[in-house]
Ligand binder design. Structure first.
Ligand SMILES: [Fe+2]
Length: 321
């Protein structure tokens, strides 16, 4: 199959408190908040918060569900995205290491993988993140008073999926989705699509002895990773191709207001989504005022009071420029 997948679209994770998440991802990591809305599935009203780079580009969109009120803390393990990698310019890992030390944010020592500098750090809810230096990433970062453009996050670099057995997951990525295997480094194998590089990379991390982690909505683990397709036409073509290979656990198309989605459980356990790029985040608010107030999809507006009442009050720091 000539794959129409262009790269990563968004990554969705369960976090703990909403304000804690906003403070960490905007003030500490320097992402731009681009959307406040609510979880579209299920019965408990839960925020769905979106963060991205300056231009709210596909491939930079981190979304979170603050599940503190639900209470369930996920179990980390295999069959999950283990680390979410953000792309930063060459030389920026030193900035982030110093910054995390100064702010008391848990982080590791700078290391190297696939010839790139990598810094591991943690979200307050326990999510594992990495800053990965990528020299040729021209995407525009959001900047803050203390995060300059030459250090800011460009968008995603990659995700690392932990799997107990790589063979079927590799087949899913290559034959199923059109990724190409481009190298290995220790327990990591790298797969690239659409030329590879930042936002177009998935790593498999082979962890044969790590027990399977949680799949449900919960705090502290990645729920799914979404890959970008231009429109529903390509989305349905990839779905048909996957089903033809035997990956029959593909959902119907779901309307997520800012894109349309199809979900498929990959053989390694990780939930993968195909998301379209033809709607975008400016569909219900001005592009230069994204994320400043709570928006509901049109079909929930008549229930606004009921949905908003139990939600944690939040404020978005006016840190940005
Ligand atoms: Fe999603």
């Amino acid at each position: 199959m000539d794959s129409p997948i262009t790269g990563l679209h968004h990554i969705t994770s369960g976090v703990s408190g909403a304000q804690e998440d906003i403070d960490f991802l905007t003030a500490t990591v320097g992402l731009r908040m681009i959307k406040q809305t609510v979880l579209f599935d299920g019965s408990n009203p839960i925020y769905h918060l979106y963060y991205a780079n300056r231009n709210a580009e596909v491939g930079s969109v981190m979304t979170t569900f603050p599940f503190r009120k639900v209470g369930y803390v996920g179990r980390k393990g295999s069959g999950q995205v283990k680390t979410t990698g953000f792309s930063v310019p060459r030389g920026a890992v030193a900035f982030w290491s110093e910054r995390f030390t100064r702010l008391g944010a848990p982080h590791g020592h700078a290391g190297e993988r696939f010839g790139q500098r990598v810094l591991h750090f943690s979200h307050p809810a326990g999510l594992e993140f990495e800053m990965i230096e990528q020299a040729d990433d021209r995407r525009d970062p959001w900047t803050t008073q203390d995060i300059p453009a030459d250090a800011g996050v460009r968008g995603f670099h990659s995700v690392a999926m932990s799997v107990r057995d790589t063979e079927e997951q590799e087949r899913f990525l290559t034959e199923g989705l059109g990724f190409k295997k481009v190298g290995s480094d220790g327990a990591y194998t790298r797969f690239a699509i659409n030329g590879g590089g930042a936002g177009r990379t998935i790593d498999l991390l082979h962890q044969p002895d790590v027990k399977q982690g949680s799949w449900v909505f919960c705090q502290g683990v990645v729920h799914h990773v979404a890959l970008a397709v231009p429109t529903e036409k390509e989305q349905l073509a990839v779905k048909a191709h996957l089903e033809g290979l035997g990956y029959t656990d593909c959902s119907e198309i779901k309307d997520r207001n800012y894109f349309h989605s199809v979900y498929v459980r990959s053989p390694g356990g990780i939930l993968v989504e195909l998301a379209t790029c033809d709607i975008g985040f400016a569909v219900d608010e001005a592009a230069d005022h994204l994320g400043e107030k709570l928006l509901l999809p049109p079909w929930f507006e008549d229930r606004r009071a009921e949905i908003v009442a139990p939600l944690e009050p939040i404020t978005v720091p006016h840190h940005a420029h």
